[in-house]
Design a protein. Structure first.
Length: 228
């Protein structure tokens, strides 16, 4: 008697593969960091090559994490762990995490956040959102990034600005109804992840959201995450 094979759940297979790739890429990043320490760049060209390798590996790793997280969010496999946190500490952790990329790409970063500023949110998820947007901004900015946080009438606002070309007009036409697809060759995974994480944060009268615009203090793109 033949055993009946259950139908293949491709999304589960894909998620499992992404998990394995993420772990392998994490090991690759650690090895790359060891190589950079043992054999520091001797020329500007050598330093630029290291910068490209480090950035692209970190970007791919970040996108794999986003894919896995989005899968888990859609399958209710992620639970919020809301607690009170110092916002500045969360932001500093992500800046330190990307310090190598910022230094090799010669990017100046300004952090504007009161040390006493606190908020209620899931620190791991919000940290991941900040990390994803930082990496994306590091790709498109010229020389400067600005990370800021403050309490506003719409809730706790965490914003990341750059001096790059800004968001395409098509992404700004309907700021409350983001269309996630492959327009322009990118599925905008970072924004999709940020959007879903923001929606998960809600109170009785408010719900988290994201907002995109161009301009700001640096003249480029400005990403804002609002939490109740």
């Amino acid at each position: 008697m033949k055993t009946k094979v259950p139908p293949l759940d491709f999304s589960f297979v894909l998620a499992s593969s992404v998990h394995d790739m993420k772990n392998s890429l994490g090991m690759l990043l650690n090895s790359l960091n060891d190589v950079m320490i043992q054999y520091p760049p001797q020329t500007e060209s050598h330093a630029n090559s290291y910068a490209v390798l480090e950035y692209e590996a970190a970007r791919i790793n970040s996108e794999l994490i986003q894919l896995l997280s989005i899968y888990r969010l859609d399958h209710d496999d992620i639970r919020l762990h809301i607690d009170e946190h110092y916002v500045g500490e969360i932001l500093k952790d992500q800046i330190i995490r990307n310090q190598g990329v910022l230094q090799t790409r010669k990017i100046e970063l300004e952090l504007d956040c009161d040390e006493t500023l606190q908020g209620y949110f899931d620190s791991d998820l919000i940290g991941s959102v900040v990390n994803n947007i930082l990496l994306n901004c590091a790709r498109y900015c010229k020389n400067n990034l600005r990370v800021a946080a403050s309490h506003t009438e719409e809730g706790l606002c965490i914003s990341i600005e750059d001096d790059g070309p800004g968001y395409p007009e098509s992404m700004l036409e309907s700021p409350d109804h983001f269309e996630f697809g492959f327009s322009g060759g990118s599925p905008h995974l970072g924004l999709l992840f940020a959007y879903k994480v923001a929606l998960m944060h809600q109170s009785k009268t408010q719900q988290g959201f994201i907002r995109l615009h161009n301009g700001g203090r640096l003249g480029g793109s400005c990403f804002s995450l609002y939490l109740p």
